[in-house]
Design a protein. Structure first.
Length: 251
């Protein structure tokens, strides 16, 4: 990821509507399936916001925060996180079958197309039999934006491509859905009409918003989270969530 984005994340993630809504979804996905205890690994932890959340929410788990960028780990260390690892997701420095829960949030998109297969194989290698993978990726190539270019996003995913890749790696999906769906018409106008019209350069979409506007956007994503929490799903969206379990016996 573009190292400049870490400062933007650190400055906004406590109050920005997108982080708040997505973290609500994250907790809802895991609360029903996560087993207390064991090793929880966040691959691509960035500034450590999610790892901090999970240390509070699952105190019995040993949360390890890993990133390829030292810039991100410096922010994570400043948060008070101490179990940190500087490593590449395509070559994880962990033993086979040692991780109970692995989080990979918006990290596969930074790999060149095809390299995600190596990362998925590594996720499966370190996961214990029956262990959980919670994956979030940017969805649909036609939703690529100036923000995508700024953060060095190299690919976006569709469910019909990602789910078979997980199966081939030894994972069984148990829940999957698109999200950030309700704002899709606004986003399409911004990405496909407004940004080209204004000839906007690549730039971060993480900027502080007026409180009322931020609250309105948060309420939309919170409504989506409530729908997902009650078993709903979305046929399209800007993000794709997949919760999968490592098979005890290969297919």
């Amino acid at each position: 990821m573009n190292p400049a984005e870490f400062a933007n994340i650190a400055a906004t993630e406590e109050h920005f509507w997108w982080f708040q809504g997505m973290n609500r979804m994250l907790c809802d996905f895991l609360d029903r399936h996560h087993s207390s205890g064991g090793l929880m690994l966040e691959v691509g932890c960035g500034t450590g916001g999610v790892s901090t959340l999970f240390e509070r929410r699952y105190p019995a788990s040993n949360v390890v925060s890993m990133d390829l960028a030292p810039e991100g780990l410096r922010y994570a260390r400043d948060r008070g996180l101490r179990r940190l690892a500087l490593a590449d997701m395509r070559s994880l420095p962990f033993a086979r079958n040692c991780v109970q829960t692995l989080l990979a949030l918006d990290v596969l998109v930074h790999l060149e197309p095809g390299e995600e297969r190596t990362a998925l194989d590594e996720f499966v290698r370190v996961l214990a039999p029956g262990g959980l993978l919670l994956l979030r990726v940017s969805a649909f190539p036609w939703l690529r934006s100036r923000h995508s270019a700024f953060v060095n996003e190299r690919q976006r995913f569709r469910k019909q491509d990602l789910l078979p890749a997980l199966e081939r790696s030894g994972l069984t999906p148990i829940r999957h859905t698109y999200a950030n769906c309700l704002l899709l018409p606004v986003s399409l106008f911004k990405f496909r009409v407004w940004e080209p019209l204004m000839n906007a350069p690549p730039e971060s979409g993480l900027r502080p918003l007026p409180p009322l506007f931020n609250a309105a956007l948060r309420s939309i994503l919170t409504a989506e989270a409530a729908w997902l929490r009650h078993g709903g799903s979305f046929p399209v969206g800007q993000s794709l969530w997949v919760l999968a379990r490592k098979r005890s016996i290969p297919a």
